[in-house]
Design a protein around this ligand. Structure first.
Ligand SMILES: O=C(O)CCC(=O)C(=O)O
Length: 314
């Protein structure tokens, strides 16, 4: 087994697993159900590194409040009782940077977002429009959202002319074991193809200031994961979570991938410091397009955007 040294834990750790292409079985099941479970996709040490970095944030005194920044990471909530989201978590340390084009799922994500050899690849293979860690405690949950009936193009499921061309494919990673009572993600399998809204949607949909969950929604299942597993799903599938009833905290990380021309969900942007550390492939995934200098310019002294680069580098 190949070993590398963990930059966070400082100990030798097994190298991550290499890219597996999408198998015929995965293709069938993703098309049918709208999701796949990737077992053991993260190494134990990678999970430990991410947990160590998150624990550092949770131990801040006074605690990081909603709206505050910790470097390039922003504490955010959707407005209900979903727990705290640490947005732009790829700014939170190398173990999170590694996830951007992580070998355990990158080929699969590219395959399901699709678009190779089309205009969708104009700025690169994919774009990450949201990435966050979610920490959820007792009583918290996220209500039902999405579904094929919605028809939103941004998160759509699409198979056209023999190829997948989905609008948004999510990787939801478990950093803690998630079983009954832990506030597991819930999905309605195959609902990415539904033409009708779930009849009980009104009572379970996300709502500001209220605890909403997917508990007892007919057709929905809890996705139980072990730390290091990931759920790959098209965002068009109806999903949300069960309410956490156990003590302690559920920790997940979510990276959302879509076509290279996409835009950020929230008004964030990768920092220049992060871009400076990333590989050219990763840079393209988090920042498909940099502004260019307005040079040469016939109006002397006309300003360029602050972070503009030479056209050759763009
Ligand atoms: O928190 C969860 O389990 C579900 C996350 C979710 O709803 C989402 O990624 O859109």
């Amino acid at each position: 087994m190949t070993m590398t040294t963990s930059p966070v834990l400082g100990v030798p750790t097994p190298a991550p697993r290499t890219d597996d292409p999408v198998s015929k079985r995965e293709e069938y099941l993703f098309d049918l159900n709208g999701y796949l479970i990737l077992k053991n996709v993260l190494t134990k040490s990678h999970v430990a590194e991410m947990n160590a970095l998150l624990t550092e944030i949770t131990r801040l005194d006074p605690p990081l409040g909603k709206g505050e920044w910790y470097g390039g990471v922003h504490a955010h909530s959707y407005g209900g009782a979903e727990g705290i989201n640490l947005q732009q978590i790829y700014e939170g340390g190398e173990p999170f940077e590694r996830l951007i084009d992580y070998s355990g799922w990158f080929e699969k994500v590219k395959y399901f977002v699709g678009g190779e050899r089309t205009f969708d690849w104009h700025h690169g293979p994919v774009f990450v429009d949201e990435n966050f860690a979610n920490l959820r405690g007792p009583g918290e949950a996220i209500g039902l959202h999405s579904g094929g009936h919605d028809g939103a193009k941004r998160n759509q499921f699409r198979y056209h002319n023999g190829r997948f061309q989905c609008g948004q494919v999510n990787i939801l990673m478990a950093l803690t074991d998630i079983g009954p009572g832990d506030g597991a993600t819930m999905i309605i399998p195959a609902s990415h193809k539904s033409n009708f809204i779930h009849p009980d949607s009104e009572q379970h949909r996300m709502k500001d200031g209220e605890v909403r969950s997917v508990d007892n929604v007919e057709g929905a299942i809890e996705v139980h994961l072990e730390a290091g597993d990931a759920l790959l799903f098209v965002d068009a599938i109806s999903h949300g979570s069960a309410q956490r009833t156990n003590p302690g905290e559920r920790r997940i990380v979510v990276y959302r991938y879509g076509p290279s021309w996409g835009n950020f969900r929230h008004p964030y942007h990768a920092s220049n410091e992060l871009l400076g550390r990333l590989t050219p492939r990763q840079q393209k995934i988090v920042c498909p397009q940099l502004p260019i200098k307005r040079e040469p310019n016939r109006i002397t002294g006309f300003p360029s955007p602050g972070d503009a680069v030479d056209p050759m580098r763009a």
